[in-house]
Design a protein around this ligand. Structure first.
Ligand SMILES: Cc1cc2nc3c(=O)[nH]c(=O)nc-3n(C[C@H](O)[C@H](O)[C@H](O)COP(=O)(O)OP(=O)(O)OC[C@H]3O[C@@H](n4cnc5c(N)ncnc54)[C@H](O)[C@@H]3O)c2cc1C
Length: 159
């Protein structure tokens, strides 16, 4: 089945509720480069891609990027580079999604900052009832987002 592309947060919530009410399993896909089967749309998971929600804001004072949707590292960095800023932790290439890489808790080649989860200040996510959550590193749900492979919560924005 072809992936679904919600146009905004309300649309995403609608899809989550629809899936919930009909017992349909959903899987968010970033760049789709992980080796899991449900990413490929060949299983009984319906895949959702957040590309239409992509947005990047750079908080120059705090040197933090606020990214929404399925923004790739290379797109966020093109914006951050304008202010002489770049990413602290990511895979070797900019082709991967940011939220999906947080869901995987990736590491970079330079390991001094550890995994990407160490650089996340907050996460906005949906639970399976489409309730909005604001999650900080000290919250127990943080660990259910970072490195969870999307198994618990659907992240749609991170700072
Ligand atoms: C050539 C290559 C080089 C790599 N190098 C590295 C490396 O240096 N370091 C490293 O740590 N890893 C590395 N990896 C692994 C790669 O970083 C991870 O597989 C990463 O998740 C891929 O990003 P993606 O955007 O393709 O994620 P996807 O495959 O699209 O998604 C990854 C997981 O996150 C879930 N997900 C996606 N979006 C969301 C969301 N918004 N909310 C919740 N869950 C979500 C998906 O359901 C899936 O389970 C490499 C992989 C390849 C193919």
């Amino acid at each position: 089945m072809d992936p679904k592309y919600p146009k905004d947060l309300d649309d995403l919530k609608y899809m989550v509720r629809l899936a919930r009410n009909n017992g349909i399993k959903i899987c968010l896909v970033g760049a789709g480069l992980s080796q899991n089967e449900q990413n490929k749309g060949t299983t009984d998971f319906v895949t959702i891609k957040l590309d239409r929600m992509n947005e990047v804001k750079i908080d120059i004072g705090r040197e933090v990027a606020i990214v929404t949707g399925n923004t790739l590292f290379r797109d966020m960095e093109a914006e951050a580079n304008l202010y002489g800023l770049t990413t602290k932790v990511r895979q070797g290439s900019g082709i991967f999604g940011i939220l999906s890489s947080i869901a995987t808790n990736v590491h970079g080649w330079d390991l001094k900052d550890g995994c990407i989860g160490n650089t996340v200040n907050w996460i906005r996510a949906l639970d399976s009832d489409a309730n909005e959550l604001f999650i900080r590193p000290e919250d127990s749900k943080f660990k259910e987002c970072v490195g969870s492979f999307g198994g618990s919560y659907l992240m749609f924005q991170v700072g």
